[in-house]
Design a binder for this molecule. Structure first.
Ligand SMILES: *Cc1c(COP(=O)(O)O)cnc(C)c1O
Length: 399
């Protein structure tokens, strides 16, 4: 029952969004990656190898937990897909394993990646160690200081962490630097992007490897309660964990799909990272999508308390699902996310990542408004260990 209006076309577009804004040289290389990926992805040996690693190395399937205490308190049935239980602490291991295996099969000897908070860097360094391939991770100097435990992890795993000292010394410059390095080394290296963004075929590749979340979740809901959820809620940075879970339910038109964007400190440009709610159509990092921009069309700085959501654009498939109305995009601000962080920790005994807390906050909002029998499935993209120091320093005294 595949529905083509949700699928990517041969030119790498989802509806009006996506594409491949690149030099001719790189276009050739990217087409080669696309070709190789399409050839490999359905091969029984590749599927078997990836499945085995997802199961025995990453810990899949991640369970769906019926949140008994939240459900009782807020009066709806709340279910949580536990991506926080994966090896390395988030959904990022799903696409990292896929990208590392793909690079190895293509005869590449190195993966090049960018990282912001270090979650993608740790997952890629982990996958590189596992498949036996070199790994260069570009990271802004400011982020390296803020996220030093993740820098240590990457080094422990054998990755080279390369400081980026340009501009604001954070994620956007790290993307620029890693892309620049990749352009020089593309014959022997592969770029391992951290979300469903960038030029075609990367959104398609990351989407493919993340779709395991939705495939599992759909089956798990049917096994548990014999029904599909009424709502599926996930946070949206670049959009990989949300696309991963949405894909399991896209053709079930009764299931409402909700992407939660970070409203940060407010609606002003520079205070949030809600690219669909406050952005416009534009181009950055080689693809067409919705981006936060000033009146002149310059891409603006993004902000969220959750550094994993702090990107001024969004994956092209989300821009498309928004345009055709299949998914709805809402916002949650820093304060609401932090409240949900504590609420899930104290009520259910699960400490969420600050990113995932955005989805939890909106799930609770829905539960308060909707009839008691409404079934809400929240994707918990990651665990909160990485955020504890920050939370304690910033606001710990209040609690
Ligand atoms: C990176 C990250 C995100 C944001 O990335 P998406 O591509 O939007 O999923 C969300 N949650 C966690 C825990 C992350 O590490």
């Amino acid at each position: 029952m595949q529905n083509n209006k949700y699928e990517i076309n041969n030119d790498g577009f989802y509806g009006n969004f996506g594409g491949q804004i690149l030099s001719e040289d790189l276009k050739k290389e990217y087409s080669k990656i696309a070709e190789e990926f399409l050839k490999i992805k359905d091969k029984p040996e590749f599927i078997a190898e990836l499945d085995e690693l997802l199961k025995t190395f990453a810990g899949r399937p991640s369970p769906v937990y019926y949140a008994r205490n939240l459900s009782k308190k807020y009066g709806a049935e709340i279910y949580i897909k536990r991506e926080d239980l994966n090896h390395t602490g988030s959904h990022k291991i799903n696409h990292s394993l896929g990208e590392a295996l793909l690079a190895k099969k293509m005869g590449k000897t190195k993966l090049i990646a960018e990282t912001g908070a270090g979650q993608h860097g740790v997952a890629i360094a982990t996958a590189s160690a596992l498949v036996g391939i070199d790994c260069d991770v570009y990271m802004g100097e400011v982020d390296m200081i803020k996220e030093s435990p993740n820098v240590s992890r990457m080094k422990m795993l054998g990755a080279n962490v390369i400081p980026v000292t340009k501009g604001t010394k954070t994620l956007k410059e790290a993307v620029d630097a890693s892309f620049e390095a990749y352009c020089k080394e593309f014959k022997t290296a592969m770029y391992a992007i951290g979300s469903v963004v960038g030029p075609h075929p990367f959104p398609m590749i990351v989407e493919h490897f993340q779709s395991v979340i939705g495939r599992e979740a759909r089956g798990q809901m049917l096994d548990m309660i014999g029904e599909l959820p009424d709502y599926v809620v996930a946070c949206v940075g670049g959009g990989s964990n949300s696309i991963g879970i949405f894909n399991g339910f896209l053709n079930d038109e009764t299931v409402n799909l909700i992407g939660v964007e970070p409203l940060g400190k407010g609606e002003k440009l520079g205070d949030n990272a809600a690219s669909i709610n406050f952005g416009r159509v534009g181009e950055l990092h080689g693809f067409k999508s919705m981006f936060l921009q000033d009146e002149k069309g310059n891409v603006a700085d993004a902000y969220s308390v959750a550094s994993g959501l702090d990107y001024p654009g969004v994956g092209p498939k989300h821009a498309h699902l928004n345009e055709i109305g299949r998914a709805k995009y809402v916002t949650i601000n820093d304060e609401e996310a932090i409240d949900a962080f504590f609420e899930l920790s104290k009520t259910e005994g699960i400490i969420p990542a600050l990113e995932s807390a955005h989805a939890v906050a909106y799930g609770i909002k829905l539960a308060k408004e909707l009839p008691k029998k409404t079934k809400i499935l929240i994707n918990l993209s990651g665990r909160g260990d990485k955020d504890l120091d920050f939370i304690l320093k910033k606001i710990g005294k209040k609690y």
